[in-house]
Design a protein around this ligand. Structure first.
Ligand SMILES: [Zn+2]
Ligand SMILES: [Zn+2]
Length: 153
């Protein structure tokens, strides 16, 4: 059930692996084999993955769920992965959110197949007016849509 669009281009995957590896080093954490496996599963899939999905797709020795949860939480603090709003699944970042000062990573979900993509929306959105007493810093929205694969008969 894999489609070509499930697999991002090689250079994009390599970039993610480099960014995630540097991030883990900079945090003073060790780049263990389980962590490498988790990063590689995230790098080669752009569909949302639950921690259990990552455990079952690991290319090497079995991963334990606690390691997967902790590694996802670590990568999330660096803006390298994002949790899909309203679900327990994660996708890797496609838009360099690790460099952003505020968390803004809205997504669109296909109503038919459930595929999710991050949207390149800037943190400040024109036309959105903050209620009195608030200043808007970013956004975390889930749009609904239909992907091209599901749209074409
Ligand atoms: Zn992102
Ligand atoms: Zn679809």
């Amino acid at each position: 059930m894999s489609t070509p669009s499930e697999f991002p281009c090689q250079s994009e995957s390599d970039t993610f692996i480099k960014l995630a590896t540097h991030f883990i080093h900079n945090k003073g954490a060790r780049l263990t084999q389980p962590r490498k496996d988790i990063i590689s599963v995230l790098a080669t899939t752009s569909s949302p993955l639950s921690p259990y999905d990552i455990v079952t797709r690991s290319p090497h020795s079995p991963l334990d769920a606690v390691t997967v949860y902790r590694t996802l939480a670590l990568l999330e603090t660096g803006g390298l992965v994002h949790r899909v709003r309203g679900s327990a699944k994660y996708i890797r970042c496609h838009y360099g959110c690790q460099d952003a000062q505020t968390p803004s990573h809205s997504m669109v979900e296909c109503v038919d197949c459930g595929k999710v993509r991050e949207l390149p929306i800037p943190p400040r959105v024109d036309g959105v007016v903050a209620p009195v007493g608030f200043r808007i810093l970013g956004h975390d929205l889930l749009f609904k849509g239909r992907c091209y694969e599901c749209e074409s008969p």
